[in-house]
Design a binder for this molecule. Structure first.
Ligand code: SAM
Length: 349
């Protein structure tokens, strides 16, 4: 009997009656992030190089295949799906994918369907996303200055993103702003971002730059330890630790002066692996058991070889049995190769 079956028999099991997915360290996998495309309408300097090679269409799973994959995880007790990319909302037909997945919300098997987006397409899609049951979403935004925004994203238009943020809020979705904190780039803007986000009823989460994929800039130059940011912010604001959890890796404080929540995602300065309940799937159906490790399982072959899900289920079980204890991100010395060769846009943030 495999370790997963052994532990999960003792466990309550998934709503469908299939055994839940439990890794060798006893962590129950309840959260899957799915990248639906490697393409994006921006080229953020810490995320992609300007000249990226994108995948041929035949390598990318169809939306029907992605749905089958997500549903296999939902059957095994995954209760939270985050759709990401690349930029998920630039994938053609993406709303039909959300429409189809929303059946798992209606059945109660899925507690949350959400997405991470750069906000550029939200003006068009926010109302329908909310109608389909997306209650909250993450919007990535690193600066409020148009010129700096263009420099960071290379191609982005801040005004369009701002309209997207407003559209999401108007549609009734809770918005969390994700800001990658970069040394000498947007660090001085953190208090302004905080007051802007909290002033509009949005959480703000700060993220440390992670060494994923080769880019033009030096990671060592970009990296800003959030332990330092937190120390500096606490000279200006009263930061009260709170027990708020979203199922993700952020640790939250309440900012007394604004009343809002501030999250820290600190893969370098505060290791969050012990409570990791997540796995990630790329748009080619590759399952990464850890964002910061190279080991992966191919789910596309079992998906395409048969219409039955038996092989797929077995491949998922085998992969979860290999989920590592944690990652070991190190921003190397100047000129060093990235710790992980994949870009974040491949694995999905
Ligand atoms: N296009 C969508 C977006 O912008 O939110 C989804 C994909 S993007 C890869 C997801 C998140 O990963 C974004 O918040 C982005 O800022 C973050 N990200 C990308 N590369 C990163 C890196 N090397 N270190 C830390 N965060 C990164």
């Amino acid at each position: 009997m495999s370790i997963i079956t052994k532990i999960s028999k003792a466990d309550a099991g998934s709503p469908s009656g299939s055994p839940t997915l439990v890794d060798p360290f006893g962590r129950v996998i309840t959260y899957v992030r799915v990248s639906v495309t490697d393409r994006c309408d921006m080229r953020c300097v810490y995320c992609m190089s300007e000249d990226m090679n994108f995948l041929p269409k035949s390598d990318v799973l169809t939306l029907e295949e992605l749905d089958r994959l997500c549903s296999a995880f939902v059957r095994r007790g995954v209760s939270k799906l985050r759709i990401t990319g690349g930029e998920p909302l630039v994938r053609r037909g993406i709303m039909s994918f959300f429409r189809s997945l929303s059946r798992h919300l209606e059945s109660g098997a899925l507690k949350e369907l959400t997405l991470t987006t750069n906000g550029s397409q939200l003006e068009t899609h926010a109302v329908e996303l909310a109608a389909l049951g997306v209650r909250r979403l993450n919007i990535s935004l690193d600066t409020l200055e148009p010129v700096k925004f263009r420099a960071i994203t290379r191609w982005g238009d801040l005004a369009k993103v701002m309209r997207g943020v407003a559209a999401a809020q108007d549609a009734g979705m809770a918005v969390k702003i994700n800001m990658v904190a970069m040394n000498g780039v947007n660090d001085i803007e953190i208090p302004r971002m905080l007051e802007w986000a909290h002033g509009r009823g949005m959480d703000l989460t700060l993220i440390e730059v992670m060494p994923l994929g080769k880019i033009e800039a030096e990671r060592a130059d970009q990296f800003l330890p959030l332990s330092l940011v937190e120390r500096q912010l606490s000279e200006r604001y009263s930061l009260q630790p709170i027990d708020y959890k979203t199922g993700g890796p952020a640790r939250y404080v309440r900012v007394a002066e604004t009343g809002g929540r501030l999250g820290f995602i600190t893969p370098h300065t505060h290791n969050f692996c012990e409570s990791c309940n997540r796995v990630r799937i790329t748009c080619t159906g590759t399952l990464f058991m850890c964002l910061g490790q190279e080991d992966a399982a191919d789910l596309r072959a079992p998906l395409r070889v048969s219409q039955s899900d038996d092989l797929l289920d077995k491949a998922i079980e085998d992969a979860i049995a290999r989920k590592p204890k944690g990652h070991d991100f190190v921003i190397g010395r100047r000129g060093a190769a990235p710790a992980v060769t994949r870009h974040m846009s491949v694995t999905g943030g």
